[in-house]
Design a protein around this ligand. Structure first.
Ligand code: HEM
Length: 487
């Protein structure tokens, strides 16, 4: 070997050894610091990975929760390979993270969400996140109840069809609610009716189903779909603008009120408008966050109401009081009067928070419960565990909407109940979500009486983006309330 080559090989080898040494000493230093926090035994370099691999997928959620609950103070460090996570579940622990306005960074290592949603408000960090949140915030506050009600009429049609086909059997409400919520969010986002509940073979929906399997090629199809709609909308708006000059200010009636329109409105009124890619990222984010979480919440709501007949009777009495005739239209004012329903929804989201846990990267050293967590470590906030903790909630597995009566709320720690997270990075779709769940319960419970096939203890839960049944099935019996319809 040439001396010069020998020299380069030697230097490269030396540098590699230095890098390995530095990485190793950093790894062992972190292991030492986090070693003070309770947690299951973690073998060097593999951690818990080998153990988790042996557990069937459908049992992993329960296994992990049981593991965390076996450590009483609520703080547990776990290692996956060489990556540590500090898991927390007590209100005071969550408060330290959520209250600190500088802890808004997410680890950002999601293999699916990051390529799909890019720098959308859900996945971005730092200044990009801050600017994006300001950009989209007002559009998320819009209440799109008309579209929701129209789409629920179609859901009713689909349910009736399934009941006709399947007279004595149950229907899988999870599947139907999934199609309903995707149909609704797409129309709200794009201002286009894709009719996804009736139209099974839509390219967008099919791709969405496959997205977990072949990530990159599918994401390209999704991006192209959204970009085509944005470009078409920009062309339409230009044409509508011409109408304004020609026919004196009829722009308002020509414009749609979709999220896309709202974002384009904001762009037109700013000196630094967002690019096509940036608008696409926000639309995809809205669709992702707005249909997965809603599917979970509405489905679990029907499941729990179908399991608690006393609650259902009270809900239906309240509905009869507010909507005195069968065909009385749903209005925001009437929905606001449904206070028992508000408590039912809160209780559903306590037991089944759509996002059961989420991560924050601590941007500076922090102390929680006297344990030191160094800068750069991922902390996982376990909402599901918090909401099921017997030290926080009396008799936590009992479905009791009256926990949320004002007199009971007053005694609770402010961070005991956070299904929408809290602090600067909380859910911006919260108002939207509550409205949609409320309208869905109103529409369905005015028409049907429901009963669940299974009890909560019989359903295996997984948390894959959202909290859902492992087999994506929530089976319900439905009986029309109006007796003439049952004949
Ligand atoms: C019951 C329904 C919902 C629940 C329980 C829920 C819960 C949450 C939670 C816990 C977070 C924080 C996640 C994290 O920090 O990683 C979050 C963030 C977010 N949610 Fe929701 N959500 C719901 C519905 C919606 C809907 C309907 C939309 C949109 C229409 C939406 C849009 C978002 C967005 C964009 C963020 C990211 C905010 C940011 O990072 O600044 N959510 N949601």
């Amino acid at each position: 070997m040439e001396p010069i080559l020998l020299c380069i090989t030697f230097i490269a080898g030396f540098c590699l050894l230095v890098i390995i040494y530095l990485r190793m000493s950093e790894y062992f230093e972190i292991r030492h610091i986090l070693g003070y926090i309770p947690g299951p035994k973690a073998y060097p370099f593999v951690g818990l990975s080998w153990k988790i691999k042996k557990i069937p997928l459908e049992d992993q959620f329960k296994w992990f929760n049981d593991l965390c609950f076996s450590f009483k103070n609520g703080m547990v460090v776990t290692w996956l390979g060489t990556k540590p996570t500090v898991n927390i579940r007590k209100p005071r622990q969550l408060q330290v993270i959520l209250e600190n306005s500088s802890f808004t960074t997410k680890p950002g290592n999601d293999k699916i969400l990051t390529p799909w949603l890019g720098n959308g408000v859900f996945t971005s960090i730092d200044k990009i996140w801050f600017d994006r949140r300001r950009f989209v915030k007002s559009a998320y506050l819009e209440l799109y109840s008309t579209i929701m009600i129209e789409k629920l009429e179609i859901l009713k049609e689909c349910i009736s069809k399934e009941l006709e086909l399947n007279k004595t059997q149950t229907i899988n409400i999870f599947n139907l609610v999934y199609k309903y919520s995707l149909d609704t969010i797409c129309e709200i986002a794009f201002g286009i009716n894709l009719d996804l509940q009736r139209n099974e073979e839509n390219e967008y929906v099919e791709t969405l189903h496959r997205i977990g399997k072949q990530i990159l090629s599918n994401i390209k199809i999704m991006h192209n779909f959204t970009e085509k709609i944005i470009i078409q909308k920009q062309v339409d708006r230009e044409q509508n603008k011409l109408l304004v000059t020609e026919e004196f200010n009829i722009l308002e009636t020509c414009r749609n009120t979709s999220l896309l329109d709202k974002l384009l409105d904001v762009c037109e009124n700013t000196k630094t408008p967002f690019t096509l890619q940036e608008i696409r990222e926000e639309l995809d984010t809205f669709i992702f966050a707005g249909h997965t979480t809603i599917t979970s919440a509405i489905s679990w709501a029907f499941f729990m109401i179908g399991n608690n007949q006393n609650v259902q009777i009270k809900l239906q009495e309240e509905l009869k009081e507010i909507f005195t005739t069968d065909n009385e239209p749903i209005t925001i004012q009437k929905l606001e009067k449904l206070q028992y329903m508000d408590r039912v929804i809160k209780e559903v989201l306590r037991l089944y928070p759509s996002i059961s846990s989420f991560d924050r990267l601590v941007d500076s050293n922090v102390v929680i419960d006297n344990y030191f967590i160094p800068k750069g470590i991922a902390v996982r906030l376990h909402i599901y565990q918090l909401h099921h903790d017997p030290e926080v909630w009396e008799d936590p597995e009992t479905f009791n909407p009256d926990r949320f009566l004002p007199e009971n709320n007053a005694q609770r720690h402010p961070y005991a109940y956070v299904p929408f997270s809290a602090g600067p990075r909380n859910c911006i779709g919260q108002k939207f979500a509550i409205l949609e769940i409320k309208i869905a319960l109103t529409v369905i419970l005015r028409k049907w009486h429901i009963a669940s096939l299974l009890k909560p203890s019989e359903i295996k839960i997984i948390s894959n983006f959202i909290l859902k049944p492992f087999d994506k099935k929530i089976e319900l019996y439905l009986r029309p309330i109006n007796k003439s319809e049952s004949n």
